[in-house]
Design a binder for this molecule. Structure first.
Ligand code: BDR
Ligand code: CA
Length: 316
C-alpha cells in the first residue's frame, strides 16, 4: 500500500482533499503538513486536526509547516481567500476541537524523514504554496529524487490564473519556492486550473451528504455550501464550485483521471514582469526527457461521480 502525505492550507477544498485521502482504501495517509495560504498555518493545522477528528481519523498526525514564503518576512491572508473559504478557513463552520494537538517534529523534517523511509512508495500531495517542499529540498537535496510521486494542485498552463491573468493562487503565494520545486523535484505532476476548473460540485451533491444524518455529513455540507455560494456570489462559476484539491489527491492515486503532457516547467518570479507567478514550459528543454508532467484534460464525469461515491462513504 502506498503512503500518502498531504500538505494543506486548509481551506474548504483542502478539507475535501483530506476526506478523500482518509476514505480511499488504496492509500495509507501517514500525515498532514500544514501550510499557510487560504488561512494562517496555525489555523490550517487546527482545521486539519478538527476535520480528522470529525472523520474519525484522529490517528493521523498533523505537522506545522512554514508560516510564510521564504523570501517574505510574514504572510497576510488575501481578502479573496477569506471570501471563498471564510475567515476561519472552513466557511465559518464551527468544528469540535480535536483532542490531539500538532506534532513536535516540523512538517519539513517529517517530509524529509518520510522521503527517506518510503522513497518510491511515497505520494506527496501539496495543495497550497510549495514552500514546505522547497524548504525540504534546500535542507536535503535527496528529497527531490527520493519521493516517488509528487502531485500538486497549482498553476495554470492553458487557461488564465485566478489571482492574475497568469497566476494561480497557490503559486502566487510563493513563486520563488514554486520555481525551486518545479525545476528540481522528480516525478512531479501539476494538476492546475486547466483541469480543476472542469470538475464542479453543486448543492445536489451536498444535499445528499446532509441526508446521511451524520455530523460529518452535515458539517461538510455546511462548509461546501459556503464555498459554492462564494463561487456564485463572486461570479467565479455560477454552475458549481471547483474540486481543485481533491482532484490532486485522486490523480496522485490514479493518474488515469487525467491526460498529462510531459513538460519541463518553471515559474516566473520577476515582480516587474507582467507574468509574475506564471507556470510555463521550458522552451529550451522541449526535446529533452523529463519526469515533470502537466495535466491538460480530465475525465470530468468519472472523477465527479467517484468523488461523490467516496464522500458518501467517508461521511457516512
Ligand atoms: C487553490 O488555491 C486555494 O485557494 C485552494 O484551496 C486551491 O488549493 C486554487 O487556486
Ligand atoms: Ca488549497
Amino acid at each position: 500500500q502506498k503512503k500518502m502525505i498531504l500538505d494543506l492550507d486548509t481551506g474548504i477544498d483542502d478539507a475535501l482533499a483530506l476526506a478523500y485521502a482518509v476514505g480511499d482504501p488504496n492509500v495509507d495517509l501517514i500525515g498532514v503538513i500544514a501550510s499557510y495560504g487560504n488561512t494562517y498555518v496555525e489555523t490550517a493545522a487546527q482545521n486539519s486536526l478538527n476535520l480528522l477528528h470529525l472523520l474519525g481519523a484522529d490517528e493521523v498526525p498533523v505537522f506545522l509547516g512554514e508560516s510564510h514564503a521564504s523570501t517574505a518576512d510574514h504572510f497576510d491572508v488575501m481578502p479573496i481567500s477569506q471570501l471563498i473559504h471564510g475567515k476561519n478557513g472552513v466557511g465559518e463552520v464551527t468544528l469540535d476541537v480535536a483532542p490531539r494537538g500538532v506534532e513536535k517534529q516540523s512538517g519539513v523534517d517529517f517530509l524529509i524523514a518520510s522521503a527517506h523511509q518510503y522513497a518510491e512508495d511515497l505520494i506527496f500531495i501539496p495543495t497550497g504554496p510549495l514552500t514546505n517542499l522547497a524548504t525540504a529540498i534546500k535542507k536535503d537535496a535527496e528529497v527531490a529524487h527520493l519521493i516517488g510521486n509528487t502531485t500538486l494542485m497549482g498553476g495554470a498552463l492553458t487557461v488564465p490564473g485566478n489571482v492574475s491573468p497568469f497566476t494561480e493562487a497557490n503559486i502566487h503565494q510563493d513563486p520563488e519556492d514554486a520555481d525551486y520545486a518545479f525545476t528540481r523535484q522528480k516525478n512531479l505532476t501539476m494538476v492546475g486550473l486547466d483541469v480543476t476548473l472542469r470538475t464542479l460540485l453543486t448543492k445536489t451533491e451536498t444535499a445528499a451528504w446532509r441526508i446521511l444524518g451524520t455530523s460529518a455529513g452535515e458539517k461538510y455540507a455546511d462548509l461546501m455550501d459556503f464555498y459554492i455560494d462564494a463561487y456564485y456570489n463572486l461570479d467565479i462559476d455560477k454552475k458549481g464550485a471547483a474540486l481543485h484539491d481533491p482532484l490532486a489527491v485522486a490523480v496522485g492515486i490514479d493518474p488515469t483521471y487525467v491526460t498529462t503532457m510531459p513538460l519541463a516547467m518553471h515559474v516566473t518570479y520577476d515582480r516587474d514582469s507582467g507574468d509574475y507567478g506564471r507556470t510555463i514550459g521550458d522552451k529550451e528543454k522541449l526535446l529533452e526527457p523529463t519526469t515533470t508532467k502537466a495535466a491538460i484534460l480530465v475525465d470530468t464525469t468519472r472523477f465527479v461521480s467517484d468523488f461523490q461515491k467516496m464522500m458518501l462513504t467517508v461521511l457516512a
